[in-house]
Write a protein that binds this ligand. Structure first.
Ligand code: KIV
Ligand code: ZN
Length: 517
């Protein structure tokens, strides 16, 4: 964590990779998690909750890899109040220069009785033991009172005091079920500050869910009442209705310094990129009217507004699009542009790729420039995001020809490379997309179900690249694949193949015997 933290600094704790990933359909693979973690680090996020290491080998591997990669943000892992969880977590974050164990237990009467089936005194003992154990393994320990907002105040005070005595440096009060309202939640923080004797030895944190649409309001009310860490996610991703949205918290603080005189140290100009990266990877779209990152957040449609904007942008704009990294589309390079100019552009867009990845991206850029007259920054971003097809690619897309229209049934003529061998097939379907996916199914039979098929235009105009997301589900596991191309059907085939490759990696990790198609 930054050594420049002051009394008025708010610690931004991002849990996109843990709580965010818990939302249905949002699972990410190792490579995708690394991309998100690196961008969060570049944004200046103080603490990255990288996952829940005990949950699966995949989670453990992702947390360890992030711990080995991220150097400027604290890398945090989640653990329940058990020895196994805490030791596994410590092992996963071990390599990080700045590391934190986040351990939690439920404290509300409802959770203790029905979920934990534990007496309050036993829970209190578990708080001291779990935090003490974590403190023996790392210096930086956070303790959370799950369902804190519905916990009896006297009991919450005793638990918080015990956690601090056992060595917790951060005390997190979650509104786990998104039940609190702002004045009540602020009062809860005030109550803890007043009643817990050793509260000055810890930083108070909040973690609000959005079931009533109040997650950001509750978090900001808590900050005004003395909380100095906010837990949040990009795009407000998270269980059920999600978590407090990072971009809304940070921009509220930046925009309303008069009411929220705090400092977050975040590079807000990277917000739009982070939002797009997370929605592309997960296939979970941002609603158009979503604050800060929705497609319409800075659009002025009505005549009166447009007139005002032309006279003075401040009439209807409380923050600039540039402050969240939403710049006007800039024309990039033409098909005659060279490698050096392309590399320079990538750098300008904030991508730091290795030589092989640059070479691959350059080849695809040339190919795109051949087919598309104007190539914009967004096209380059889509190209790079799409290039994250994963290092393990048993199946490669080679070519696709489609015959469709109103005169004959559609058919797809598809060529794939499967485990190094070229396979071709012609297939029909209830439309060109169906025919394409049927062709893939016939070339590589698999039991996965298509859960989501989504197309979005990267830029405007009829020659825009289509960015397709495909989500597949197999035995309760979901993966999302992406593909971008000026041809929507080619993008769809690429996205499907990308998802299938990810599924095969997942299968390999869980059931090696299920590897043959
Ligand atoms: O919502 C919640 O209570 C949580 C805890 C694990 C912090 O996510
Ligand atoms: Zn949560």
């Amino acid at each position: 964590m930054s050594s420049q933290m002051t009394q008025d600094s708010i610690i931004i704790f991002d849990t996109t990779l843990r709580d965010g990933e818990q939302s249905p359909g949002a699972s990410m693979n190792l490579e995708e998690k690394l991309k998100v973690a690196s961008l969060l680090e570049d944004m200046g996020v103080d603490v990255i909750e990288a996952g829940f290491p005990i949950a699966s080998n995949g989670d453990f591997e992702a947390v360890s890899k992030i711990a080995r990669t991220v150097t400027r943000s604290t890398v945090c892992g989640l653990a329940r109040a058990t020895r196994n969880d805490i030791e596994r977590c410590a092992e996963a974050i071990q390599a990080a220069p700045l590391k934190r164990i986040h351990t939690f237990i439920s404290t509300s009467p409802l959770h203790m009785k029905y979920k934990l089936q534990m007496e309050p005194e036993k829970v209190l003992e578990a708080v001291s033991q779990s935090v003490g154990l974590a403190r023996n393994l790392v210096d930086d320990v956070e303790w959370s009172a799950e369902d804190g907002s519905r916990t009896d105040h006297d009991f919450l005070c005793r638990c918080v005091e015990a956690a601090i005595t056992a060595g917790a440096r951060t005390i997190n009060i979650p509104d786990t079920v998104g039940y609190a309202v702002p004045d009540e939640f602020a009062a809860l923080i005030g109550m803890l500050r007043e009643r817990v004797p050793n509260i000055d030895k810890a930083i108070l944190s909040v973690h609000c869910h959005n079931d009533l649409g109040l997650a950001v309001a509750n978090s900001l009310a808590a900050v005004r009442a003395g909380a100095r860490q906010v837990e949040c996610t990009i795009n407000g991703l998270g269980e059920r209705a999600g978590n407090a949205a990072l971009e809304e918290i940070v921009m509220a603080v930046r925009t309303r310094q008069d009411r929220l005189p705090f400092h977050t140290g975040l590079k807000t100009e990277l917000i739009t990129r982070a939002s797009r990266l997370v929605s592309t990877i997960t296939g979970i779209n941002v609603q158009p009217n979503k604050a800060i990152v929705g497609k319409n957040a800075f659009a002025h449609e009505s005549g009166i507004h447009q007139d005002g904007m032309l006279k003075n942008a401040q009439t209807y704009e409380i923050m600039t699009p540039e402050s969240v990294g939403l710049n006007k589309s800039t024309l990039v390079l033409g098909k005659h542009s060279g490698r050096a100019a392309f590399k320079d552009k990538l750098k300008g867009l904030g991508f730091h790729l290795g030589d092989n990845a640059i070479e691959d991206a350059f080849r695809r850029f040339k190919d795109l420039a051949d087919r598309k007259k104007d190539v914009f920054d967004e096209d380059i971003r889509a190209l790079i995001d799409d290039a994250g097809a994963g290092s393990v690619q048993r199946i490669r897309f080679l070519s696709l020809e489609i015959l469709c229209g109103s005169r004959q049934p559609p058919y797809a003529d598809l060529e794939l490379e499967v485990d190094g061998a070229i396979r071709k097939i012609k297939a029909t379907g209830d439309g060109p997309v169906d025919a394409t996916f049927n062709a893939i199914q016939q070339l590589f039979p698999h039991p996965a179900h298509l859960q989501l098929f989504q197309v979005h235009a990267v830029t405007q105009g009829t020659d825009a690249q289509a960015e397709v997301t495909v989500r597949l589900e197999e035995s309760g596991k979901t993966v999302s694949g992406q593909g971008a191309d000026t041809d929507t059907l080619v993008a769809a085939a690429r996205a499907y193949v990308n998802a299938l490759n990810k599924l095969l990696v997942k299968r390999e990790k869980t059931a090696p015997e299920a590897m043959t198609p």
